[in-house]
Design a binder for this molecule. Structure first.
Ligand SMILES: [Zn+2]
Length: 432
């Protein structure tokens, strides 16, 4: 039994109007059990407003913050009340005190707020926080999601004016026997580097629904709408942000050129050697040099590149594809916006020439379809870079959480970590 008054006082700080009934100390290796009782006055009936009678206690046990280097359990003796009014729909009820812990809580409010900051804001693994509290993973995860949801709900000013918005897909989960991929779309303020929301799926409908539910004035303030080369996102933007100029993300444009180049390399490899690339094959040895940015290849690398292409690319198709990729990269070296547009138009045309491999013709057709969006980068200079960076943060969350099955939980965790909520509000909210 703990009797030192200073230490007892420490255990009760922040719990509000409570009486310490006692302390149960089972010794090292067991949680310290603090028994308390609320000092709140006798309530009236919620339903009829009448006088209520005492009907004893119901005890709940909550995980509390550690004290003196040991996990703590709060054993709360809740008063039970009954309404004697026979016409009233309420027969009995249990006292509530959200200062200690809201209804159906697993953690005390102070422990839940602490855990929400550790996991939600700092991105610490749930398991680690649970170990400090001396409880299991699910208890912490459930409470972080619950309190995080309350914080996000209360934070009505979280999303401010946005000038440039970006959408990008993230893998949400691989589900079921066939590890079917389920996708989510992140909506990002690319200027403010803030995750605005997560939308299930990667369809036009999901993105449209999200934007449609935003205030009209907010939508009108958006000047730029960044996207990868995705048809669904484009048609969503066409409908919900008709006045915003669309910008194709440079990273995705260059990545597409690299993908086509890689397809040519693999096809030529197969056609010349009759098998998939392996160690010792010239086109296999050259694969990383091909997709590297040309200005970053050393003189030695350049000589090697030329030698391997001479050996493995008899009709010069890989070479053509490599030039195509470098020319696509050249779009982003142009200073003038008008030059960029005409360069891109010409490029789309050139790549569709019959002298080019079919994969590169296909790249040309894609660029032709996206010319205005590609050239708009030169005016806006906005990219999905911040979106990608946020997606990496989200991936980190997923790793520490062993993946999420429940999209709503995933969304809340992502928003807590990358959505910049006002953490000052956490002290003022209570989940319902
Ligand atoms: Zn009543």
């Amino acid at each position: 039994m703990e009797t030192d008054p200073t230490r007892m006082c420490e255990l009760l700080v922040g719990l509000g109007e409570v009486d310490l009934v006692g302390i149960d100390d089972g010794g090292e290796g067991t949680p310290l059990v603090v028994v308390i009782r609320s000092r709140r006055p006798r309530p009236t009936c919620d339903a009829c407003g009448g006088w209520v009678w005492s009907k004893g206690y119901r005890t709940v046990v909550l995980v509390d913050l550690p004290a003196f280097g040991r996990p703590v359990r709060l054993r709360w003796r809740k008063r039970r009340w009954m309404c004697p009014n026979t016409d009233c729909e309420v027969s009995s009820f249990v006292e509530q005190d959200p200062t200690i812990g809201p209804a159906r809580a697993l953690l005390t409010s102070r422990a839940a707020r602490w855990a929400t900051v550790q996991v939600g804001k700092l991105g610490r693994p749930v398991q680690e926080v649970a170990a400090e509290l001396g409880c299991d993973w699910h208890t912490v995860n459930q409470e972080v999601v619950r309190w995080g949801e309350a914080l996000l709900e209360a934070d009505g000013d979280r999303v401010g004016a946005v000038e440039a918005v970006g959408v990008d897909e993230t893998l949400f989960v691989k589900r079921g026997r066939w590890r079917t991929k389920q996708w989510a779309t992140s909506v990002v303020d690319v200027g403010g580097r803030q995750l605005l929301d997560m939308v299930p799926g990667r369809t036009a409908k999901g993105v449209e629904d999200w934007f449609s539910s935003q205030p009209g004035g907010w939508l009108e303030g958006i000047l730029w709408a960044v996207l990868d080369l995705s048809g669904p996102y484009r048609s969503a933007y066409d409908r919900v942000l008709p006045n915003a100029a669309q910008v194709a993300d440079p990273f995705h444009v260059i990545r597409l050129a690299n993908q086509r180049l890689d397809e040519v390399r693999r096809r030529v490899q197969n056609e010349t050697l009759g098998h998939r690339g392996r160690k010792g094959d010239p086109l296999y040895g050259v694969r990383r040099l091909l997709t590297a940015a040309s200005e970053r290849i050393s003189d030695g690398g350049r000589t090697r590149l030329r030698g391997l292409l001479d050996a493995g690319d008899p009709h010069g198709e890989v070479r053509t594809a490599w030039h195509a990729k470098e020319t696509v990269r050249g779009i982003y070296g142009i200073d003038s916006t008008t030059d960029a547009l005409s360069y891109t138009l010409q490029l789309a045309d050139d790549l569709q020439d019959e002298s080019c491999p079919p994969e590169i013709n296909r790249l040309g057709r894609t660029i032709a379809r996206w010319t205005p969006q590609i050239a708009n980068w030169h005016i806006s200079k906005v990219t999905n870079g911040p979106t990608e960076a946020l997606n990496n943060l989200i991936k980190r969350i997923k790793r520490t959480a062993f993946g999420f099955r429940n999209f709503a939980n995933y969304r809340i965790r992502a928003l807590l970590y990358a959505g910049k909520p006002n953490w000052d509000l956490l002290a003022t909210v209570t989940p319902h």
